[in-house]
Design a protein around this ligand. Structure first.
Ligand SMILES: [Zn+2]
Length: 314
């Protein structure tokens, strides 16, 4: 039997993951940024970034998966980010929820060619930002539905990612636990790196997620490697399970340490792109410090994953 994600981390110390799909596919013309269409978050495009490319242009998605695998990724994340029914409905694709989720898993599985593991990606519903925590029951139903669709489609593990709030993450984790699949959970720290958007420090978040059953905890998106490293160090100092880091490839500042809050998001991100060398250095740090899972997020194409894998000594 092929080793699972926890066996791989145990065996290899640090497992290289893949990079970011939506920004890269937006640049290639296959994903909408929603620029100018919605007023959620920054009001500059955070409203869309839905993954209908999985059914509309599967070859484009498969090609990007293959690039990441060639670069060294041992896990491919199916592009099911923002594929909960309500979010897809807002983008006009709600009635394809049952098609998009398994299609994305199938495309990732084809690209994995029996070598890489395939992860189902689950992210925040955006309902907590729109309707406050009073939306919890609705959010739970949406997250549970997506977990079921991904489990039925045969993913090897789940990655719960880009949650801004610990309370919504814990809801998603409870849904994910129902599947019995291994679960990696990574929060995104915005607008500051000091706390989740509902006010919990990275260390407290890590502890709460482990207490709720997560087998790997960490951070993804929003910060470049150097700014994310202190977050995952704080988590690692607090919990005994492996930690995961999937930073973005955009330069942030002390004043605005989250790239989706900067003025360049989403239409001028090329001007704050960092060098791939920073991912190579992050790979070396990860290896030295025992970070268990290392990939990339927004802005991170295959050249960054190749650099990270080199830093890991692969
Ligand atoms: Zn991201």
């Amino acid at each position: 039997m092929r080793p699972g994600i926890l066996d791989l981390i145990e065996r290899d110390g640090t497992v290289p993951g893949d990079g970011g799909y939506l920004i890269e596919l937006e640049r290639r013309g296959y994903v909408g940024s929603g620029s100018g269409r919605e007023t959620v978050g920054t009001g500059r495009g955070s409203g869309q970034f839905t993954p209908e490319v999985a059914v509309e242009h599967p070859d484009a998605l498969r090609g990007l998966h293959e690039e990441f695998q060639r670069a060294g990724a041992q896990v491919l994340q199916a592009l099911t980010f923002f594929a909960t029914r309500e979010k897809l409905t807002r983008a006009g694709y709600g009635d394809q929820t049952e098609a998009i989720n398994p299609a994305a898993v199938k495309v990732a599985r084809e690209a994995a060619r029996g070598v890489a593991l395939v992860a189902g990606s689950v992210s925040r519903t955006q309902l907590f930002e729109r309707e406050r925590p009073s939306a919890a029951n609705h959010a739970r139903d949406l997250l549970a539905e997506q977990v079921r669709l991904l489990d039925d489609a045969g993913v090897d593990l789940l990655i719960l990612e880009t949650f801004f709030r610990l309370d919504e993450m814990l809801l998603a984790l409870a849904c994910a636990q129902e599947s019995g699949l291994p679960v990696i959970v990574t929060l995104s720290f915005r607008p500051t790196t000091e706390a989740s958007s509902d006010g919990h420090t990275p260390a407290d978040c890590a502890r709460a997620m482990v207490d709720a059953g997560a087998k790997v905890v960490g951070a993804n998106c929003e910060q470049e490697p150097a700014r994310m490293l202190p977050i995952v160090r704080a988590m690692r100092a607090t919990v005994d399970v492996p930690v995961a880091a999937q930073p973005s490839a955009f330069r942030t500042t002390d004043e605005i340490p989250a790239f989706t809050n900067v003025a360049e998001f989403p239409d001028e991100l090329e001007t704050i792109q960092i060098a791939r060398r920073e991912f190579e250095e992050f790979g070396a740090s990860a290896r030295a410090e025992g970070i268990g899972y290392l990939g990339g997020c927004c802005g991170c194409n295959a050249s960054y994953i190749r650099a990270a894998a080199r830093g890991l000594g692969r």
